[in-house]
Design a binder for this molecule. Structure first.
Ligand SMILES: [Zn+2]
Ligand SMILES: [Zn+2]
Length: 231
């Protein structure tokens, strides 16, 4: 599930004028132009046990290994949200109001509050949060979009609340690199809307339904391959 991608997090960098934001962005552009074409991703588990945490780490590492292969040959750099802010981050995530709202704005506002703790690089990096299905952010996501039964991608945010399913984590993560859904909203359970029946961007991807790597259709391969972190 994807609700589109905002241009950049406009709410980042509190107390720093647009100047600092531009500086961070130009640093990224420079880095990218110099050949460091890494797809960066921060991830965080909210109110989950050590087992789920380990599982998430392993699944994201598996995605990193797949993306490193042809035809993407992408360099995915995955890191956990810094531990010094994880406690206050958790507190803010738990306080998410379960009312129809632009959820992306709420999530961005959390980062605005925490912004001073982050490096410039962090400001432009997609973030995946995994949580329980009755967690306030999961309930808010489902309220915002009833089709978001297992997870949602909002701008630079992905929230996943499906348990025991690495494909949902991969699907939502790939949205963060501009992959689009390959299902019809009127008939989400129907065949994929692309040429690949086992496309990872199908509705409710799961074991047995997703093709082996490369599980991205042509359109989404193009999207991921042409992804730039600052556009
Ligand atoms: Zn999706
Ligand atoms: Zn597809």
């Amino acid at each position: 599930m994807n609700l589109g991608r905002s241009i950049l997090r406009p709410y980042w960098a509190p107390g720093s004028g647009p100047g600092q934001g531009h500086l961070a962005q130009s640093t990224r552009i420079q880095e990218w132009e110099n050949g460091v074409k890494a797809l960066r991703l921060y991830w965080h588990c909210l109110d989950l046990g050590q087992q789920e945490e380990e599982e998430t780490r392993n699944w994201l590492d598996e995605l990193r290994q797949l993306l490193a292969q042809p035809p993407t040959q992408a360099d995915l750099c995955v890191s956990n949200v810094p531990s010094d802010i994880s406690e206050v981050f958790d507190m803010e995530l738990r306080r998410c109001p379960i009312t129809p709202q632009p959820m992306e704005r709420y999530l961005d506002a959390i980062i605005t509050k925490l912004g001073h703790s982050y490096s410039d690089l962090w400001k432009w990096t997609p973030l995946l949060v995994r949580c329980l299905e009755d967690s306030p952010i999961a309930l808010a996501a489902k309220k915002e979009n009833p089709l978001a039964e297992w997870g949602i991608a909002l701008g630079l945010w992905a929230v996943v609340y499906a348990m025991n399913n690495k494909y949902i984590i991969w699907h939502e993560s790939l949205h963060l690199y501009t992959a689009e859904d390959c299902y019809c909203r009127e008939n989400p359970e129907g065949p994929t809307t692309c040429e690949l029946p086992g496309c990872i961007m199908q509705y409710a991807p799961c074991e047995g339904k997703v093709a082996p790597w490369p599980f991205l259709c042509r359109k989404n391969l193009d999207h991921v391959r042409s992804y730039r972190p600052f556009a």
